[in-house]
Design a binder for this molecule. Structure first.
Ligand code: AMP
Length: 138
């Protein structure tokens, strides 16, 4: 399947839809997941258009991975999480729901089960505060 430039993350990248932005540079946008699986669930969205990892340009992947690591560290510091899960889904049967490549940084708290993937919407004020705390630690 080919890349659909009308997907929701493409619209966020173009500024046509809002997001709780943590960071933006030439290669990627970092934002809060609005249906988080845990407190601090953050997404790294490379700007280069691809559906997912399978059709991505290797140069775009290598440009963004150091940022994925920085975000993982910043999220852990900002949330005091006990661990970090890195997730990335490729095509609908594998759980992908938005067809523009992105990486999930999901904090894990000892004894707290993760919520459902793309489950309930989080409070906007809480997401805004988390975005600020994570940005301050990047
Ligand atoms: P995936 O299933 O890997 O494609 O993940 C898409 C993720 O985007 C899910 O975790 C959703 O909760 C999240 N999501 C969907 N719409 C938005 C949005 N407008 N802003 C931020 N995150 C979103």
């Amino acid at each position: 399947m080919s890349y659909d430039p009308t997907n929701i993350f493409a619209k966020i990248l173009k500024g046509e839809l809002p997001c709780h932005k943590v960071h933006e540079d030439d290669d990627a946008l970092v934002m809060m997941d609005i249906f988080p699986q845990s407190k601090g669930h953050t997404l790294i969205v490379p700007k280069a258009p691809s559906r997912n990892l399978l059709d991505a340009d290797p140069a775009a992947i290598s440009a963004v991975m150091p940022l994925v690591q920085r975000v993982a560290r910043a999220v852990k510091a900002a949330t005091n999480a006990d661990g970090i899960r890195l997730a990335q889904f490729n095509e609908a049967p594998a759980g992908q729901t938005v067809f523009h490549l992105h990486f999930h940084v999901i904090p894990v708290y000892e004894g707290v089960p993760l919520g459902a993937h793309a489950g309930g919407k989080a409070d906007d004020a809480e997401l805004a505060a988390l975005a600020q705390d994570i940005a301050a630690r990047l």
